[in-house]
Every structure is written in C-alpha cells, then in structure tokens.
Ligand binder design. Sequence first.
Ligand code: AMP
Ligand code: MN
Ligand code: MN
Ligand code: MN
Length: 278
Amino acid sequence: MNSSIDLHCHTTASDGSLEPADLVRRAAERGVETLAITDHDTLEGFRQALPVAEELGLKLVSGIELSCVWGGITIHIVGLNMDVDSPVMKEAEAFQNKARAERSELIAKRVGKKLQQTIDLDAVRGYAGSDAIGRPHFARYLVDQGWVPSMQTAFTKYLGAGKPGDVKTSWPEMDQVVRWITEAGGVAVMAHAHLYKMTRTKLRACMSDFIDAGGRGLEVAYGMMDNNQRGQMAQLARDMELMGSCGSDFHGPNRFGLDLGVMPAFPKDVPPVWSVWS
Ligand code: AMP
Ligand code: MN
Ligand code: MN
Ligand code: MN
C-alpha cells in the first residue's frame, strides 16, 4: 500500500540511483507528504534536497542510516530529526567517512585475493564519485569487469554477509551511533530488524542494549516485509515500548514493486515516531 510518510530511502549521496532533487520530486508526485532521506553515513542527500522540498511544500525530516556493529553483527541505525549542524553530527559524518575509506581498502584487498584479480580501487571510487563508498559500488565494478554476471552474484559470492568483502572492522559500536543521534537531538530507530539473522533471544538482547543507549524507535512498516515479519516487529515494539517508524528503503526505480511510500500498513497500536516532532 501507499503511505504519505516515508522515513527511509537513499539517493546518489550513498547507494541510491536518484539525485536528491529528483527523489524529492518523485516523492511529491507519489503523494508522500513527510519524507526522510536516510543515506548511508552521510547527510549530504538531505542537505541537497532541502531547498527542493521547501519549494514543493513537502516536509523533509533530516535523516541518516548509520552502520555499526553489535556482537559482531553489522546493524543499521536510522537517525531522524537531528540538528544537522550540531558538532556531534559533524563528528559522526567524519568518523563514518573515514571508516568507509579504510574499509574500502580492505574490501579491495580481500575480494581481489578471492577473485585472484587486482581491484583498481580508484575505479571503484569513481563509481561512488564524491559519495559514501560502499559494497554496491564494488558490485557494479565487478559486473563491469565481467568477473560476475550480476550485482546479486557479486553479493552472494564476494560481498554479502560472511563473504570476504563483508568487512565490519571499521564500524563503531551500536551504542556509539545511538548516542551521536540522540545528542544531536534526534530519534534513533533500529532499521529493518526483521532482516538480521538473529534468534529471537539475541534480537531482544540487541534491542535491550539499543534502548539502554538511548534508542527509541523500530521500523514496523518497511518496503520489503511480509505479514509475518510485520507482526513480529509490531509485537517487538509493543513489548519493548518502542515507537514505530516506517519507510520503503527505496534505492531507485529499478527494484521491481518497490517505490517511495510503498510499504505495509502501519500497525495501529504502536505509537508513531513522528509524534515526537509533529
Ligand atoms: P555497505 O553500506 O557498503 O555495507 O553496503 C550495504 C548496502 O548494499 C545495503 O544498504 C544495500 O543497499 C546493498 N545490498 C546489500 N545486500 C545486497 C544484495 N544482496 N544485492 C544488492 N544490494 C545489496
Ligand atoms: Mn543501501
Ligand atoms: Mn540498511
Ligand atoms: Mn537503507
């Protein structure tokens, strides 16, 4: 179904395929009234989109999706409604930028070794341009070199969870990124918890640490989510007294069926995260 609130999507500032201004226009055309651009580890997409959103009368909430680790597992935390000019957000962006740069060197080395090829990191950087470099840029490079038939194969063989390119050593701990968001006046939201391959017990332990660090939200309606997962996330939010957030995690018009505002209905008995700012 279509929601007028979408608090999770990506632009070319990270691994999305639409420019920030084009994404905002598309959101407005699709009936989205409140939008958060949550690029990976950068606020640049938000900054570029803000004047366009103002022109269109669309409410743009500041957003970011920060990579971190908890118990050796890579976790994504969405930050919403932060003061983007606060020193702590500047620090967060600088830290993550450096982490991505260091990590890209490790990914190039490890994946190159596995493929028995030399990865030209400058070429991969070219795919990222001035934007946050990540595994999707490596995937595109591997495809264009003819070493893998598709982005999907690049992930399943070389870059996905547990593969040589799944480098997490550079990421900060989860409590650190939750504190950055909270100290900048924002709300920290656990992103797509239904996708982490954790047992129920482990996920609850993770959520408990998240809450102890200051985390207050959980994505309860998400683009790629089935009914079962939606029920589990709504239950988790209720049990742990978390606010619910919702977002498509749109990365571009090429992923079939997924678009801005597309997600399951928001569960009625979970308090929405936007109640704290509207
Ligand atoms: P990174 O930020 O470098 O850790 O890259 C993670 C991003 O890669 C995710 O946010 C997704 O957009 C993308 N991604 C992860 N797994 C896959 C996959 N199997 N196929 C395509 N894209 C993926
Ligand atoms: Mn992504
Ligand atoms: Mn994510
Ligand atoms: Mn995302």
